[in-house]
Design a protein around this ligand. Sequence first.
Ligand code: GLN
Length: 245
Amino acid sequence: MDITLAHLYPQHMNLYGDRGNVLALQYRAQKRHMGFHIINVEIGEPVDWRQVDIVFMGGGEDSHQAKIYEDFLRRKDSLSEALSQGLPMLAVCGAYQLLGHEYRTADGQILLGLGYLDVVTKAGATRSIGDVVCEAVLPLTPNTLVGFENHGGQTFLGEKAKPLAHVQLGHGNNGEDGTEGALQNHVIGTYLHGSLLPKNPHLTDLFLSWALEWREGKPVELPPLDSSWEMAAHEVIVKRRNLKH
Ligand code: GLN
């Protein structure tokens, strides 16, 4: 079984090692003897979503978001349709903001988003920076997610978006309501870099199983893999910060 991942705008949207998420998916797919193909999609390059099993887009500074958002908007109809049908997507930070309705930057610009996620973002007075530990709403074992955040935007969820997690340590979506990220269908938007998937192999596997489900049209069980090294990141931060597991 092969998996094809579309990496959107790797040149402009790739902060804090976000490409590590793609490598983590590739590593855990190949460990299970699956083929893993990566299509890099830059501004103006076409993509056929029927050939894709997972979409990934990383974070980017405001200036980089401004460079790609018009091209991203041109993909609105075809990508939104595929996402509604179950195509999985991971969107980190700047990408998360652009998957929502809009991002109002600190200098008053409005960057329109794809509007797939029912979220809006506006620049806050201060940046949210530091380690994050949160409890996922998804059925994950353990249900902690760990990562690192660095964003000026504050994101607020609308009715259709569920939070990805509830924050134990860090700021999350907006520093006010205790939520982190958003979940709609098999689409996750999150502020967690770090990078996210290498440190959270249970989430990596969830994406792989969603990708196989999208491809095969039915749930597919993944053979287990040893994750003890990766889970050490969880143990360290949970112990160091005296958090519950
Ligand atoms: N430019 C956005 C912000 O600062 C996104 C930053 C990022 O992707 N890390 O809110």
